[in-house]
Design a protein around this ligand. Sequence first.
Ligand code: UDP
Length: 355
Amino acid sequence: MKILSVIGARPQFVKAAVVSAEIHNTPGVSEVLVHTGQHFDANMSQLFFEEMGIRQPQYNLGIHSLPHEEMVSQMQAGIERVIRDECPDWLLVYGDTDSTLAGAQAARACAVPLCHVEAGLRSFNPKMREEYNRIQTDKLSDVLFAPTTTAVRNLEHEGIDPKKIILTGDVMKDAALLFAPQARKPQVELPDEFVLCTLHRAENTDNPEILKELLLALEMVSQFVPVVLPLHPRTRQKMQEINYPIERSPILFIDPVGYLEMLYLLQHCRLVMTDSGGVQKEAYFAHKYCMTLREETEWVELCARGYNHLLGHNHIDIVSTVRNFLSMPPLFTDDLYGDGHAARKIVCELTKKGG
Ligand code: UDP
């Protein structure tokens, strides 16, 4: 059985690290890895292949930095060419990026069965590009691997045939458990105590007023605890556009780090502030409270249990909540997101279904 996996963005490399390894270790199953090129900086792409031992993609389409529709259509055309050359039995996509949607549409156009890892997540915010990508991809999928029971329920509510939905647990938990012992200190000077922050969602970075408000909040938090922020290239660009003085800021900006360095930062921080999907769960895996710089989240179970707090972008709310949580002892009792073998379950299900 041959699986063609489409990846292109940082969170997909983390997920593929465990799923591709599982495919590789399964007799009778082979993988063709296609990198769309969506993320292309060395520290947003190649570093993950090196650190996490992901095999090099057989194809790199080199498509990036285009408006959404144009990027999806160019990627789709490239993936369709690979499908014609490779004749896969399955096409596998991850998450919610433009690469995900391009892979899904290519599978449909070429009549290749499609499976979606991380199906069923919903923010219920129709303005998010990611929400559009997820819903469209789920509609096109033949097998939907849902990480949580909430995701399963979301899909059922949308009328997806329950026979297509498989609850697997979350492959990001697999990755966090597998790589935690290899966590590595980044090559930068770190304060003894710090808050870890990541910021890259378009809704936060592309609106100058919101971006300024969030930076003000982080500057104010920096007055009582240092804030370490590995800076996503898109956020750097948006900060430059508003003339934010990156070099003179009290916020400790560092270059994006690899996954192993990120695990170290998660393990050693006081708490996490983020608008990332993946980092919200990784904060939980590391038993750190997470302050989410958004109005809504796909990972509602973390909010329901008090591990994650939706703070939006008002600087007063953010600063006072962070201050409160810094003095809270970490109380983490549940074991959410599966048993750390989601990737095995995914490959096993595909093997059962056959090519
Ligand atoms: N990540 C990383 N280095 C960084 C920032 C994030 O390795 O400097 C990892 C993070 O630990 C998680 C993944 O990238 O595994 C999440 O990606 P991102 O936040 O870009 O996307 P999202 O999860 O929001 O889709």
